[in-house]
Write a protein that binds this ligand. Structure first.
Ligand code: NI
Length: 179
């Protein structure tokens, strides 16, 4: 298990546009994905994108089942039931006109939560670790989580959707807490 340091906003590495991953995956990239999962579960979080550990590649991991604290803290099932998903070179093929608002947070912007409005449903194409392409529609919480994570791959954070004033206050708070 290798838990990596999570970069905290503001950090230029969180603002990079990530490069696509080529297949077959190198041992290095396989290790990065394993470390990303370990780091996400350790945090704990429901999603982590490669730039959050300083890797500028189009990879994210999520576990939107494990997010439920009832699952996570079940004494009969320490650690909870897990549904780790690995997303490589993801691309949205469609986003709904219908919007939905969810409260979001981010491991790179600790202890900060805010409502963000995004398309309620999306169609995604991505690659798995074997290099197989997949296509699927998502709505509800997974749609939010995926849009949040894949924003990271474009150097974008959820606080970018907030007012400039609010964003400035959050940045100030992060600098104070994590300098
Ligand atoms: Ni995030």
């Amino acid at each position: 298990m290798a838990v990596r340091e999570i970069l905290i906003h503001p950090d230029d590495r969180l603002r990079e546009i990530c490069k696509p991953v080529s297949f077959p995956l190198s041992d290095d990239v396989k290790q990065i994905i394993k470390d990303m999962a370990d780091t996400m579960y350790d945090a704990p979080g429901v999603g982590l994108a490669a730039p959050q550990i300083g890797v500028s590649l189009q990879i994210a991991v999520t576990d939107t089942v494990w997010r439920s604290s009832e699952v996570r803290h079940d004494p009969d099932n320490p650690g909870g039931s897990r549904e780790l998903k690995v997303w490589i070179n993801p691309e949205f093929l469609w986003k709904s006109d219908e919007m939905a608002t969810w409260e979001e947070g981010c491991l790179s912007v600790p202890e900060t939560f805010a409502d963000v409005t995004r398309p309620a449903a999306v169609r995604l194409r991505w690659f798995d670790m074997e290099g197989e392409a997949h296509e699927q529609d998502f709505d509800g919480f997974p749609a939010v989580a995926l849009q949040h994570e894949f924003d990271h791959l474009l150097g974008k954070l959820f606080i970018d959707y907030l007012s400039p004033l609010k964003r400035k206050m959050i940045t100030k708070k992060m600098k104070k807490l994590y300098k």
